[in-house]
Design a protein around this ligand. Structure first.
Ligand SMILES: *Cc1c(COP(=O)(O)O)cnc(C)c1O
Length: 357
């Protein structure tokens, strides 16, 4: 945690136009520390969409709070449904963790309004959304804290790494403290021999980012806007050639979507016409050497979180069986995009009659 980490933090804060950016070892660490700084702990409940990566639920559970799952809007908008988010809020709710699914901003206007009315904190899981904006303002800067991940498959890849952004001085101080064992002096001061002693004022963690990763992060940050533009071009072609063809629909394609939302295009998600097609279509494409994935198996469907599945999540249950994430990365060549399109169309053509038979 030397000068390059500080430079990375300063550059990230500039890009987000926010007061503080605090580098940490992963997106999960960013979520964990943000939730702790927001005062989440035993006895509290935190609402989040079940259609998210499990890290968000794990981070909530590790504070001692209980995750409560809410539903999504539907197949064209895979983000949380604000009405169901509000329905999931109860007297014990301390915070909501919202996801900008695939880099598309969630209904921030509604979310902020609901949070204000119920007196709950908003934490943004912005792991998909570096570079995404709503009404011209960067995702991650609307809630009390925004959490980014620099894992290898994200828009800004370092390998491992994460960032908390916040305008709140107390949250920033708390995250900085907990990032490094709750110690009152900084690693770099001790390294330089300038700090002779220190106190420990909280039960912290080692969630630090190192200089090497910060150096990579700084370079990647400079390439982010261009990489996101390349993703946007590829996503546009996938939408053009797949949406409405053979019963397929591309997520986040409807003209009804919020025109103030600018996506980071982290994921290209196609909605298959029937749930039973998910496995055979993926197997067919895999045979042709095309990797697909599912973002995500809903968190409430996992054994560990099954006891938390008390609220019905009918849209998540229905839609998660029809989604397939297609390859999407900035340096994807035109022929490769063509191969993905062709193999998906072939896969549906092959698997659909067999399913019906
Ligand atoms: C990747 C990811 C995380 C976790 O980030 P790590 O850096 O892998 O710990 C959390 N939430 C979402 C939505 C993610 O995609």
């Amino acid at each position: 945690m030397g000068p390059i980490v500080e430079e990375f933090e300063a550059a990230f804060a500039r890009q987000c136009r926010c007061r503080h950016a605090i580098a940490v070892s992963s997106g999960t660490a960013a979520l964990h520390l943000s939730l702790l700084a927001a005062g989440c702990g035993p006895g509290a409940e935190v609402v989040l969409p079940s259609l998210n990566f499990v890290a968000a639920a794990n981070a909530i559970a590790h504070t001692g709070a209980r995750p409560i799952f809410c539903d999504i809007v539907g197949g064209t908008d895979l983000n949380l449904n604000p009405a169901d988010l509000e329905a999931a809020i109860g007297p014990k709710t301390k915070a909501v963790v919202v996801l900008h699914y695939g880099g598309f901003p969630c209904a921030l206007g509604d979310v902020l309004d609901i949070a204000r009315r119920h007196g709950v904190v908003v934490i943004e899981d912005a792991a998909h959304a570096p570079g995404a904006t709503w009404r011209g303002r960067p995702c991650g800067t609307f809630g009390l804290a925004g959490c980014f991940s620099f894992f290898s498959n994200k828009n800004l890849q370092v390998g491992e790494g994460g960032m908390v952004v916040t305008d709140d001085d107390d949250v920033a101080a708390q995250v900085r403290l907990l990032r490094s064992h709750g110690m009152t002096t900084l690693t770099w001061e001790r390294h330089g021999g300038h700090a002779h002693s220190y106190d420990v004022v909280a039960k912290g963690f080692n969630y630090r980012l190192d200089e090497v990763r910060a150096a990579i992060g700084l370079l990647q940050l400079r390439r982010l806007a261009e990489a996101n533009r390349a993703r946007a071009r590829i996503a546009a072609r996938l939408r053009e050639e797949l949406d409405g063809v053979n019963g397929l629909a591309m997520a986040f394609t409807s003209p009804d979507l919020d025109p103030d939302a600018l996506s980071a295009h982290h994921l290209a998600v196609v909605l298959l016409p029937e749930a039973g097609l998910q496995a055979p279509v993926r197997a067919f494409m895999n045979e042709r050497g095309i990797q697909t994935s599912i973002h995500y198996p809903p968190i409430h469907s996992f054994s560990e979180y099954a006891p938390e599945a008390a609220r019905g999540l009918p849209v998540t249950d229905r839609i998660s069986r029809r989604i397939v994430t297609l390859p999407l990365y900035p340096h994807m060549r035109d022929e490769e995009v063509g191969m993905v399109i062709e193999s998906l169309l072939d896969a549906v053509e092959y698997a659909r009659p067999r399913l019906q038979a």
